[in-house]
Every structure is written in C-alpha cells, then in structure tokens.
Design a protein around this ligand. Structure first.
Ligand code: BG6
Length: 486
C-alpha cells in the first residue's frame, strides 16, 4: 500500500473515548504499517492540563487493549514522536491562537480536523477555527454522529459547519461504511454479473438487516437515554446498509455517483403515516436478564438512565421502497442492545422456485439465501438447494461460504482506520453527504413524532433475548421469519 501524503490531524476531543478506542489505535496501525512519514503530525486537543509525557502514558494504557498483538514498544515510540498533546478548551475562542501556533505555517499541508467532541461543540469549533484563520482549501473536517437529534437540529449543525467548510471538505463519518464486508457488498453487486439480474422484486422475497449487540450502556447511559436505538443506530448505520443493498448501479465509484444513488433510495423510502408507525415499527427496552451467561441489570437501572425512561434500546421496522426495482419487497431492519450475540448481517431471501418439480414435500419451500455477515465473523454465504445423498430425491440447503479471514490473509483494516485514510486522501465516497443525512432524518421523523406524542412505553424484553415478541410478529404477518442461522 502507498504511503500517506504528509498530513496534520487535529483530534478535538483528544482524550475522549473515541480518540482512545478508535482514532489513536487507527493512526498507530498506520505508523506500524510504515505509511506515515515522520513529517506528519497528530495533535490531540482537550481541556485537561497535562504534559506531553502524561498524555502519552494515558494514551498508551488506554490504547493497548484495543491494539492487542499489534502493540510493540518500538512502534509506540515512533508513533509518540508524531503525537502532540495540546491543552485547550475547544469552546474558548482564545485558545485557538495556541493551536494555530502549534500547527505553524505549512499552507499546502493536508489538515484534518476530527470533531470527536459532543455535537454541541461542532458549531462553536467551526466558528473559532474559521475566525482564527485555521481553515484553508487544504483543510477537512471529519464529523462524528450523532449530527443532531432530529431534522431541524441536524440542519442547524450542518449550516454551522457549512458556513466555514465547503461540502467537499466535510467528511460525515458512518463507520459501518468502512467495514470491509460492506465494501465487499459493493464489489459483489457491481463487480459480478451473477447477482444483478436477480437483485430485484421479481427474485427477491425480502431483505433483513440485523445489528445486534450484547453490550448495554457501558457508561454511556446519560447520552443514550437522550438518544435511543432509532437515532443511535437505525437512522444512520442501518439505513446506510439498506442503501448499499437497494441502490441502482452508480455510473462510477466517484463520491457523487455513489452518493446520488444512495440519496435516491432514501428519498424513495415509503413514508409512514401515524397509523402505520404502530403497525410497522416495534420498540423495546431491555429488562433484567442474562447475556453470555452473566446476569445483567435492566436498562432503567443503568447509571445515567431515568427510572421512568421511555427510551427504546431495541427497534425493528418494516420498510418499503417505492421504486420499480423494489416495489412490494419488505426490508426488515432491527437493532438492539443486550441481545444474545454480537451479530451484524444482511440477509437476502430469494423467492422459492416458481414450480417445485420434485414436489412440495421434497422442496419444503426452501429457497436461495445470501447472508453477508459483518460481525462476529466477516463472511458471505450463499445457500443453494441441493440433493441429499441417497435414494430419495430429498433436497436440503447447502452453503457456499466465503470467509474473508481465510480467503484473504492480509491484515484487514478496521473501519475507522480505512475511513481516516480516506479522509487524509480526500476520498469522500464512504462518507455521508448532507442531503443523504437529511433525507434519513426526514424519513424517521414521523416515527419519532408518533412515539413522542403518545403515552406508550417501549415493550419489555428480557436482556439476552431477541427483542419483544412483536418483532417476530412483524414478519410472521407476511408469512416470514427472521433468519435464525447463527
Ligand atoms: C455506534 C453507536 O455508532 O455504533 C453505539 O453509537 C454502538 O451505540 C456502535 O455500540 C456499534 O458499532 P460496532 O462497530 O461495534 O457494531
């Protein structure tokens, strides 16, 4: 792989969880791979007064568990030489002079600002960077979700950032787009001829997207209680996955060609009426239970969560897409905390054969199925119907399994690593454009409005289960069921 061009990266929120768990380890990996020249610099900016040595000791302790076997002391010191700690209050315009002084001249140098703070700081940081003259044509900004909590607030943040950075300089990160199997889905769809003719309503019966987590709040109760699963996961990650499955072939892989097609999908999502919200969405909140054999507390007992909380920790929706390709094909999306497994997958269920020549009983309604697994393993499995060995013509599904870890021995890039590289290189294809993001907020608006208007609470589900029973009913009403081949 080619070396990265010289860059300066400023992590605003440099001592936070994101910096420690994802961003610094990603940059370390790039140093280890020999792709970061000694001239490139990382500035970690945060309020706490600390010396450089204190920060590096903190970062080393925090990053090591996430680096695992990739950690070695020699690379760490090479990495540390490129990292500078900068104590500054990002909300204080007076502290940007010191940032400017630390960055120095280098007018041609790529400069990436990473907003890893809470979103309330995004507008003031943009204004202060602008006022201090620290934004040039070579600057970029990477912004983390959540970008707002609804359409209006997301517009306000986009306006504030857009007042100082052009859209081509704004990298809205959705780390699911950086996951290797998601990009492989693009390769599968548009690098092969086999699937494209079948990738439509005539041959696809339904699509299921599941992102399940075993984790609960992990100290984020306060944030999560104001957010919920719909805003935290579905509005962004799951709708982006849906776009990759459902979009038309783009004319090329340049950013706007891909993002135009995703936008069309988002704008074709059938909007819910108030009555449909009740029929086509399920929200749940976990109660006490057990995950991986360990007892866990109810959501309402998590630190930072209100005892009367009506926040959903699980959501399932039935989505329809109003296009020629997808009319009438249900897309079922679900995500939740405290589920039995960490599982992220996309399931394409193809239709059964039009006429079962071996008889209904031999066939048993079996059909082709494609499963793209992002977590826990990275794989693609295609289920074909085959004959069981023996005298009788009995059929059973068998799978062709492409396990990425086995097939490709190279180290696979973590989602954040890949996206940081793209941001440094200025490649926007895997980042979300403003109009996409706002189309996604528009689509979820009636759901948010309806949930907030009523007095209903989310349904209970036991931690360690697959969500409320109503989630299965969402599919069984159409004679379907969630994939259960885990
Ligand atoms: C984040 C959410 O965007 O994605 C978290 O805010 C969630 O709540 C996380 O845990 C899941 O990401 P991954 O890559 O671990 O599936």
């Amino acid at each position: 792989m080619k070396s990265l061009p010289d860059f300066d990266m400023v992590l605003l929120g440099g001592t936070g969880d994101l910096a420690m768990r994802k961003l610094l380890p990603a940059l370390y990996q790039q140093v280890k791979a020999g792709r970061v020249s000694p001239a490139s610099r990382v500035f970690a900016a945060a309020r706490k007064e600390m010396t450089q040595a204190e920060f590096m000791a903190l970062a080393e302790a925090a990053c090591r568990p996430f680096l695992g076997e990739a950690y070695d002391a020699e690379t760490w010191s090479a990495f540390a030489e490129r990292v500078n700690y900068l104590p500054m209050d990002v909300r204080d315009p007076g502290s940007y002079g010191a940032l400017g002084a630390a960055l120095g001249g280098h007018p041609q140098r790529i400069r990436v600002y990473y907003y890893a703070t809470s979103p309330e700081c995004f507008a003031p940081m943009s204004a202060h960077l602008g006022a201090a003259g620290l934004i040039s044509a070579h600057s970029r900004v990477v912004v983390e979700k959540p970008l707002g909590h609804d359409l209006d607030s997301s517009r306000a943040i986009n306006d504030a950032i857009g007042g100082h950075f052009a859209e081509r300089q704004i990298f809205r990160i959705d780390h699911y787009l950086g996951k290797e199997p998601v990009q492989n889905l693009l390769a599968l769809r548009f690098g092969n001829v086999l699937f494209e003719p079948l990738w439509r309503r005539e041959w696809v019966q339904d699509v299921q997207i599941t992102v399940a987590e075993q984790l609960g709040m992990e100290g984020r109760g306060d944030f999560y209680d104001r957010t919920g699963a719909l805003r935290d996961m579905l509005q962004n990650h799951l709708l982006q996955l849906l776009c990759i499955v459902a979009m038309e072939p783009p004319t090329g892989s340049d950013p706007d060609a891909v993002r135009d097609e995703k936008l069309k999908v988002l704008r074709s999502l059938k909007p819910f009426t108030a009555a449909e919200v009740a029929a086509k969405t399920v929200r749940g909140q976990y109660q006490a239970g057990a995950v991986a054999g360990q007892p866990v507390a109810a959501y309402a007992e998590e630190p930072g969560v209100s005892e009367q909380s009506r926040t959903e920790t699980f959501v399932a929706v039935k989505v329809e897409i109003d296009t020629w390709r997808w009319a009438g094909v249900p897309f079922f999306l679900r995500t939740g905390k405290r589920m039995p497994d960490k599982l992220a997958e996309i399931v394409i269920n193809f239709r059964p054969v039009p006429h079962p020549i071996f008889g209904e009983s031999a066939h048993g309604g079996r059909a082709n199925r494609l499963i793209i697994r992002m977590q826990p393993d990275e794989s693609m499995r295609l289920y074909l119907v085959a004959k069981q060995p023996g005298e009788a013509m009995a059929l059973q599904p068998v799978n062709l399994n492409l396990d990425f870890a086995e097939s490709f021995r190279d180290r696979r890039l973590e989602a954040y690593e890949r996206l940081l590289i793209d941001a440094i290189r200025g490649k926007l294809t895997l980042f979300v454009r403003r109009d996409e993001q706002e189309a996604a907020w528009s689509w979820v608006k009636p759901i948010l409005d309806q949930w907030e208007a009523g007095d209903d609470r989310p349904m209970d589900y036991g931690a360690g289960g697959w969500g409320p029973a109503a989630s299965s009913a969402l599919l069984s009403r159409d004679g379907l069921a969630w994939n259960e081949e885990y």
